[in-house]
Design a protein around this ligand. Structure first.
Ligand code: IPE
Ligand code: MG
Length: 236
């Protein structure tokens, strides 16, 4: 049987996306960088809809990294305004799709109005049983590991009792499966401190397409490519 967008198999359980290229997209079209990010958020909404049409249980978007603080203040502010808008104005739309919103990253350092808005969205959708949408905001992979170790030690756990499974339960992604498919748009082939523990055995898919242009056909292509990969996890 020929694989089509509808019968792709196997599908990933967890897709992680690095939506890169908003700035270059804006420049190409003569817009401000913040306008590029606005287009990026709109595309994220479309992509959630496309991915939600498949039985995929987890999707994680890299929204703002612990390193993105190094960007000019107006761009950082623009990004914060956009995510707040996303979790407030689009909350009903997401909730109606039975999607559960979750946040991964450090709360510390985020403005309190944004913390409240994200927490409200998380609480509002907490009982939904469909896809989980992880928003990585103020997220860093190394910070996540440091936070996990700190928590483990604070709980007075014994180091000799630590194993990989136990450790994973101290990460922001506790209870979620590892990433099966990592997609990065915008012609960059690096991980940039994203989910460094959870992508240890992920399949990587890189594309030159800039994030605001990454559409339905592109995600289908990525999922199809994933379905053809031979995952051996170090075995034969
Ligand atoms: C990715 O787009 C979005 C975020 C980091 C929030 P960029 O802003 O990195 O876009 P380019 O790489 O400059 O094109
Ligand atoms: Mg970039």
């Amino acid at each position: 049987m020929k694989l089509t967008a509808k019968n792709i198999h196997p599908l990933p359980s967890h897709v992680a996306i690095v939506p890169d290229g908003n700035g270059r997209w804006a420049q190409k079209h003569g817009f401000s960088r913040v306008h590029g990010h606005r287009e990026g958020v709109l595309n994220m909404l479309r992509m959630i809809q496309y991915i939600n049409a498949y039985p995929i249980k987890y999707v994680t978007f890299y929204g703002f990294s612990t390193e993105n603080w190094n960007r000019p203040e107006p761009e950082v502010q623009g990004l914060f305004d956009l995510v707040e808008e996303f979790v407030t104005q689009h909350l009903d739309e997401i909730h109606q799709k039975n999607i559960k919103i979750s946040h991964i990253g450090r709360w510390n350092g985020l403005p309190s109005n944004l913390q409240n808005a994200i927490q409200k969205a998380v609480a509002h959708t907490a009982n939904n049983s469909g896809m989980t949408l992880n928003i990585a905001w103020n997220y860093g992979g190394r910070a996540e590991i440091v936070d996990a170790v700190t928590k483990y030690v604070k709980n007075e756990n014994k180091p000799q009792q630590l194993d990989e499974k136990t450790f994973a339960n101290y990460l922001y992604t506790a209870g979620m499966p590892d990433v099966d498919l990592l997609i990065r748009t915008g012609n960059e082939t690096r991980l940039s401190n994203f989910l460094i523990w959870q992508t240890a055995y992920s399949e990587y898919y890189f594309t030159k397409v800039l994030w605001p242009d990454f559409g339905k056909r592109d995600i289908e292509k990525a999922l199809l490519e994933y379905s053809k990969r031979n995952r051996r996890f170090g075995g034969l």
